[in-house]
Ligand binder design. Structure first.
Ligand SMILES: Nc1nc2c(ncn2[C@@H]2O[C@H](COP(=O)(O)OP(=O)(O)OP(=O)(O)O)[C@@H](O)[C@H]2O)c(=O)[nH]1
Length: 347
């Protein structure tokens, strides 16, 4: 920070409760998000009502003031010490300086001494329901002068609208986050982190429809852990669960974003490979098989040997039947892998 910035900062001490004020500000999660038409409309309205060229919605962070929306002058953010709004969040009252060049606190500020040479500043703090001023709605003019009582009253009302809009946006964000989490919980298998069966089957229907529409191949790989019952019997159900969770992780790390991996049944997983013909699916399955074999699992001091058998089914738009046929094919191939000795890929 330069000496000049320091001097100005000293002229504007922080409110005693700046930490809780900042905590209140961060609850709105509005600092980095872009402005939108609704906020711009409010600054335009503020400028019009107050009959001035400049209006801003600002959010006062620890060191910088972020401009949420502006009218008349494009500003993104400024050091807190160089912004008139730092003064405005010190108290609950509206702040008005009718000639910035004559007020000792603002006369030396860059906005006053350099273009556009601001002369008038009037602001209303944006106050949260628990009483913290997190920013301002402010208007400025390059001509000195004061707002009328009616204009000040309108500015106060508009500031309440800005606050209501910030609340609305924050609630929308929180709601979307909860909905995303609910959606995730409803479609994810808790143990493996893969799609649960219902979600897998929904995605299968979708992928089959897409395959038909775009005439692309679609493959499915069924994965079944070998002698899983023995693992449970010998090492315990808890270790069995850990093995499934580790394989789920491995599968997630080895599929592409467009692939759909799900838990089809107890120790049986299914991976849908859109846009992948039989050959590619076989290669993928072989890689996965060898990685499952190479993965190390332990139960206390003992190592748990784990392998899996994999069956590949595939069709293209020429011989496409339906989703059920694809899974039947993959299942039949899996059965062959089991009967041909396990720890292998068929299909
Ligand atoms: N720990 C654990 N075990 C499960 C889970 N779901 C299914 N199982 C067990 O997985 C075992 C599957 O056994 P089987 O179908 O006989 O097959 P397998 O022992 O894997 O033998 P092959 O598939 O023929 O190689 C059963 O003992 C199930 O109880 C699970 O979520 N956790």
């Amino acid at each position: 920070m330069s000496a000049a910035e320091n001097t100005v900062t000293m002229l504007y001490p922080r409110p005693a409760d700046d930490q809780s004020r900042l905590a209140a500000l961060y609850r709105y999660d509005a600092l980095e998000t872009a402005s939108c038409d609704d906020f711009t409309f409010l600054t335009e309205l503020a400028a019009k009502v107050c009959d001035v060229p400049y209006a801003f919605i600002t959010l006062v962070d620890a060191e910088r003031v972020f401009v949420k929306s502006f009218t008349g002058l494009a500003v993104d953010s400024m050091p807190r010490g160089q912004c008139y709004c730092s003064l405005a969040v010190l108290g609950d009252e509206a702040t008005e300086i009718c000639d910035l060049s004559k007020d000792a606190r603002t006369a030396g500020m860059p906005l006053t001494t350099e273009a556009p040479f601001m002369r008038m500043y009037s602001s209303v703090p944006l106050t949260t329901s628990d009483g913290h001023a997190i920013g301002t709605l402010c208007v400025m003019n390059t001509k000195a002068g004061c707002l009328s009582t009616a204009q000040r009253e309108m500015l106060r009302k508009l500031a309440r609208q800005v606050m209501a809009l910030l609340e609305l946006r924050a609630n929308e964000k929180a709601l979307k986050a909860s909905m995303d989490e609910l959606e995730m919980l409803a479609t994810t298998d808790e143990l493996t982190g893969l799609h649960n069966r219902r979600s897998l089957m929904n995605r299968l229907k979708f992928e089959v429809a897409r395959t038909r529409r775009f005439r692309t191949p679609l493959s499915a790989v069924m994965v079944d852990v070998d002698h899983f019952k023995n693992i449970n019997d010998e090492f315990g159900h808890q270790v069995g669960d850990e093995v499934l969770a580790a394989i789920g992780r491995l599968v997630r790390e080895n599929v592409r974003v467009i692939d759909v991996a799900g838990r089809y049944g107890g120790e049986e997983l299914c991976i849908l490979l859109p846009n992948t013909p039989l050959d590619g699916a076989r290669k993928f399955a072989e890689t996965l098989r060898s990685r499952i074999e190479a993965q190390v699992h332990s139960a206390g001091a003992r190592t748990v040997p784990v392998t899996a058998s994999l069956g590949v089914g595939s069709f293209n738009h020429m011989d496409i039947d339906d989703a059920e046929m694809l899974l039947k094919q993959a299942d039949a191939a899996l059965y062959r892998a089991k009967t041909n000795g396990r720890n292998r890929v068929e299909g």
